[in-house]
Design a protein around this ligand. Structure first.
Ligand code: ATP
Length: 269
C-alpha cells in the first residue's frame, strides 16, 4: 500500500481572544498532523476550544501564534482547499434556492464549465441519497435531509479537507446514526480527508481512524488515539464489539482526566 502523505500540519497553535472584558486563551499549545485520506475525530471537555481549532484550521480565524499548514503551505485565510459543515444546517442553506441551487452555489467561484458543474452537483446529490429532492427547497426537507444537502455542497466542492463541527448535534438519534453511516461511506468510497468535531464519545470512536482528545484550558492534545476497529463498520456489530467498548471507556476516562487537569495519558491496550 502506498504511504500516506502529510496533508495538514498544526504546530504549536495558540489562540487568545482579546476583548474589553479580558483575554480568553481558547487554545494553549496544539500540535498534530493529519495524513491525506484520514478521518480524525476531535473530542474534549465543553469549552476547551474545539470550534476555535476548526476555525483556525479552515483559515476563518488567525492564530495568535503557531502554524497551520496545508500541503506544505501556511493557511493564512479562508482556504479553497477546505469545506466546512456546521451544526446549524438551517442557517447554512439558502431558503430561496433549491437543493441543486444550494449545492451548486460555491462551485460558481471555481473555473468550471457548465457541464462539469452539473456533473459534480448531480454526483454529490446522489452520494448523499437525495436525487428525489433535488428540486425541493430546504424548508421542505427534514433536519437530517437538510444536513445531507450541506454535506453534498461540501463534497461537490471537492475539498482537500472536509471539516465538520458537531454536524449531527441537532438531529434525532436515528437520523444521526444514518448520517454517521453516510460519513463513513463517503470516507471509505472517496477517501475524503475529514476532521470531525463531536461532543459524543461513542460517535468519535465509531467514525474515527484516530481520536484527538483535547485537554481543558490551556488546551493541548491530551491524547492522539488510533482507533483499531475494522474499517467496515455498522451500527449494530461495531458498537457491540468488545474493542469498541474498551475504546469508548478509554476516551471517556481521558476526558474525565482532562477535566481534572490530569494530562498523562493511559494506554488503551
Ligand atoms: N469570539 C470569542 N470571543 C471571546 N471568547 C471566545 C470567543 N469564541 C469562543 N470563546 C471562548 O473560547 C473558549 C473556547 O471556545 P470554543 O467554542 O472554541 O470551545 P468548544 O470546545 O467548541 O466549546 P463547546 O464544546 O461548548 O462547543 C471558551 O472559553 C469560549 O468562551
Amino acid at each position: 500500500m502506498p504511504e500516506r502523505s502529510t496533508l495538514l500540519r498544526v504546530e504549536h497553535l495558540r489562540k487568545i481572544y482579546e476583548s474589553a472584558t479580558g483575554d480568553v486563551e481558547a487554545i494553549g499549545d496544539i500540535s498534530f498532523t493529519m495524513n491525506a485520506g484520514e478521518l480524525v475525530c476531535v473530542v474534549g471537555p465543553s469549552g476547551c476550544g474545539k470550534t476555535t481549532l476548526l476555525k483556525c484550521l479552515a483559515g476563518l480565524l488567525p492564530p495568535t501564534s503557531g502554524l497551520v499548514e496545508m500541503d506544505g503551505s501556511p493557511v493564512r485565510g479562508p482556504s479553497p482547499a477546505m469545506a466546512v459543515v456546521f451544526q446549524e444546517y438551517g442557517r447554512s442553506l439558502y431558503p430561496w434556492l433549491t437543493v441543486r441551487g444550494n449545492v451548486e452555489l460555491p462551485l460558481r467561484h471555481k473555473k468550471l464549465s457548465r457541464a462539469e458543474r452539473d456533473t459534480l452537483v448531480t454526483d454529490a446529490i446522489e452520494a448523499v441519497g437525495l436525487p428525489h429532492a433535488a428540486r425541493s427547497h430546504p424548508w421542505q426537507l427534514s433536519g437530517g435531509m437538510q444536513q445531507r444537502v450541506a454535506i453534498a455542497r461540501a463534497i461537490a466542492y471537492q475539498p482537500e479537507v472536509l471539516i465538520m463541527d458537531e454536524p449531527f448535534a441537532a438531529v434525532d438519534a436515528q437520523t444521526r446514526a444514518d448520517l454517521e453511516d453516510l460519513v463513513r461511506e463517503l470516507h471509505t468510497t472517496r477517501r475524503i480527508s475529514t476532521v470531525f468535531v463531536t461532543h459524543d464519545i461513542d460517535e468519535s470512536v465509531y467514525l474515527g481512524e484516530r481520536v484527538l482528545v483535547l485537554s481543558n484550558s490551556p488546551t493541548r492534545v491530551q491524547e492522539d488515539l488510533a482507533i483499531d476497529l475494522p474499517p467496515e463498520r455498522d451500527q449494530l456489530t461495531t458498537r457491540a464489539l468488545r474493542r469498541f467498548t474498551e475504546l469508548r471507556t478509554h476516551v471517556y476516562d481521558q476526558i474525565q482526566r482532562a477535566k481534572l487537569g490530569q494530562v498523562a495519558p493511559q494506554s488503551a491496550r
